[in-house]
Design a protein around this ligand. Structure first.
Ligand SMILES: [Co+2]
Length: 434
């Protein structure tokens, strides 16, 4: 489907350059969670479009149906909504003439692998699926049910097709002190509790252009953690604000940490400080590579003077904790991905036949995208654990076990994907929810 798309893209550069007004419109950007996409129109920061509020009630069943519609049925012209458009700080805007910068964007959008439409399609799918997830995730469900409802939602909305488009990484469903890299393995019977603090980290890609965005949910029994969520939400916003072409990564980390640690949390009459988790960070995103070459720290790193780069995608994600602000690996591994150096490992080092066969499945089904054991089973693999171990010790596969702070602590996460366009910073995953 993608190959028929880009023709239309080129005669449709209006929304790309006219910053914030998108023709298709996403009901989830701003204003209201109206589910009638005909209402259209959203306003990015500094944009000029108005949201007409139309009073119309739809039953929740049909609302859910609308959320999970295949995107190309809604955006027939493939003009997916533009994210929130933010201006760069003044000194950045002096880099080149407005015409030159606009020309660079025009060229990006002629490039099949760079056109902004790809990540916007992924982001719109993300917004819809997470809205559906917010409505549907209830305490009492198993974590497997939660993962399935999200992942089936992604597959439907983005019209998953091989490595062309689909799920970009295992859905993170990290609970309480666990901050990252937990998703249920096959047979996991864990049940979501009313008191749990759940981090939902969803990845969607179109042609390898990844929207990586996460939020935190609490339920009736966990309302006392709202200030923790608020701290992390604010810290992520600080990171987005400080990000830009030539922005120093260490300084972004310092700003994030300052926002995060200016908050605290009152629980059972005790005041708990909130710490930025110092060994977790955001990252640049490359095509089909969720973790690019840059890390975006969430604590001060005075010596880190590496600068953000025009045209790059970054996941700005922050983690706050009431514990030590430091995570260690704990529990069974679920996340795996092809090591960056795997191509330098000679094929002869994979001596086990089952491992060679498994590697074929991995290459075909995931390429360099992270995967989990559930996805291997979907791909038809059985009894793959020995093969996985073998590939890991050969240096072909990296294992990413769950990362947790101390027991009894709580962690929260918010994350957006941003694109440093030549003319502006686009928060592609922005929605009305966060
Ligand atoms: Co991320």
């Amino acid at each position: 489907m993608a190959s028929q798309d880009h023709h239309q893209q080129t005669n449709n550069d209006g929304p790309l350059f006219n910053s914030s007004v998108s023709r298709g419109g996403s009901p989830y950007h701003q204003g209201q969670a109206g589910l009638d996409e005909q209402q259209g129109g959203h306003t990015g920061k500094g944009g000029g479009s108005k949201n007409k509020k139309k009073k119309k009630k739809s039953s929740s069943a049909s609302a859910t149906n609308d959320l999970l519609k295949p995107l190309t049925e809604i955006f027939k012209d493939l003009a997916f909504p533009v994210g929130e458009v933010c201006e760069y700080k003044a000194e950045i805007r002096l880099r080149a003439s407005t015409e030159e910068l606009a020309e660079r964007e025009r060229l990006d959008n002629l490039d099949q692998d760079k056109q902004y439409r790809l990540v916007r399609q992924a982001a719109e799918a993300h917004r819809r699926v997470r809205m559906y997830a917010r409505q549907s995730i209830k305490p009492g469900m198993t974590m497997t049910e939660v993962a399935d409802l999200i992942e089936n939602g992604v597959r439907t909305v983005v019209e998953a097709q091989g490595l062309e488009r689909g799920i970009a990484f295992p859905t993170g469903l990290n609970l309480n002190e666990c901050a990252a890299h937990y998703t249920p393995n096959p047979g996991d019977k864990r049940i979501l509790l009313d008191t749990d603090v759940l981090k939902v980290d969803i990845g969607v890609h179109v042609k390898g252009r990844i929207c990586d965005s996460a939020f935190t949910l609490t339920f009736d029994g966990g309302r006392q953690w709202e200030p923790l969520l608020e701290a992390v939400r604010a810290a992520t916003e600080t990171g987005i604000k400080e990000a830009g072409i030539d922005a120093r990564l260490g300084e972004i980390g310092a700003a994030i940490q300052e926002t995060m640690e200016s908050h605290e949390c009152q629980v059972d009459g005790r005041t708990l400080p909130i710490k930025a988790i110092r060994n977790l960070c955001g990252h640049s995103i490359e095509q089909y590579r969720i973790h690019g070459s840059h890390s975006v720290p969430i604590v001060a790193e005075p010596d880190n003077v590496i600068k953000m780069i025009e045209g790059h995608y970054y996941a700005i994600e922050t983690f706050g904790s009431t514990g030590l602000g430091y995570t260690v690996e704990r529990g069974a591994c679920s996340h795996y991905y092809k090591s960056r150096n795997s191509s330098s490992v000679p094929a002869s080092s994979v001596t086990l036949f089952s491992a060679r066969k498994l590697l074929q499945t991995i290459d075909q089904s995931f390429g360099t995208l992270p995967f989990c054991r559930r996805y291997l089973e979907r791909a038809g693999e059985k009894n793959y654990l020995l093969g996985l171990k073998h590939l890991a010790s050969a240096g072909i596969i990296d294992e990413c076990p769950p990362l947790c702070d101390v027991e009894g602590s709580m962690t929260a996460q918010f994350e957006h994907t941003i694109l440093l366009r030549p003319t502006c910073k686009e928060v592609v995953s922005r929605g009305i929810d966060y």
